[in-house]
Design a protein around this ligand. Sequence first.
Ligand code: PGA
Length: 263
Amino acid sequence: MSKQAKGAAKAGKVIIGNWKMKKGLAESAALAKEMVEKFRDFNEDGKVVAICPTLVALTEVDKIVKKSNLKLGAQNVFWEDRGSYTGEVSPQMLIEAGCRYVIIGHSERRKYLLENYSMIHQKVREVLNAEGLVPVVCIGEENEDRKTDRRDFVLLNQLQQALGGIDISESQRIIVAYEPVWAIGSGTAIEPSEATYAHKIIRLALDDMFGMQAVEKSFQIIYGGSVTGKNVKSFSNLENMDGFLVGGASLDAEEFYKICKGI
Ligand code: PGA
């Protein structure tokens, strides 16, 4: 794990747009062009803004964002470098396509693709081994967990399953995205006080697992779940809040820009 990841020093706030399966190739290219225009003069406090279009649009969007203020990310990855894995894409292939970030273990993949703890763990491991790709590891409780006071346990367990036993070198970075499943796509974000609580739990758990210094240097904790240009301000100054993973609102250049300005 000694390879140097590009941009390895801990970055400023990071805002990642997850376009899910909502834009095809031509639509993604058009939206990327609009975003590049919108973000032309965006250069605030080392903030990093990345967009994650559908797989088939990655190379096209890469051409569009290459010389802009925007970075490229992918929504999924496989844990092997190469081989007979029909339909899958390796970390190196994503890097070749221009990606700097990759979302891992999104709750929609856990739900619809039956992605389990072991798969998520292997993906994180392989992505860290690849040069220049930062994993964005999603965790978050279901509403049922929250109502039955199991949230802390669920979060700690997901963190342990995804990251337990992984060594992190000085040059590597991991982004943990706290996404309460019940808030995703619901139109209602979590209360800021609940986000602060969850981010604190995550931070303490990471400190325990990796040591405070390593966490300070290499980890960022971001929030996802119905973030909009309107509610962004209520999250922006919270403790341990390093940015956002944005779904719906990242499909509108103006709205996404507002979010990126707002944090
Ligand atoms: P949302 O999605 O912003 O539409 O709630 C967030 C996500 O799924 O990452």
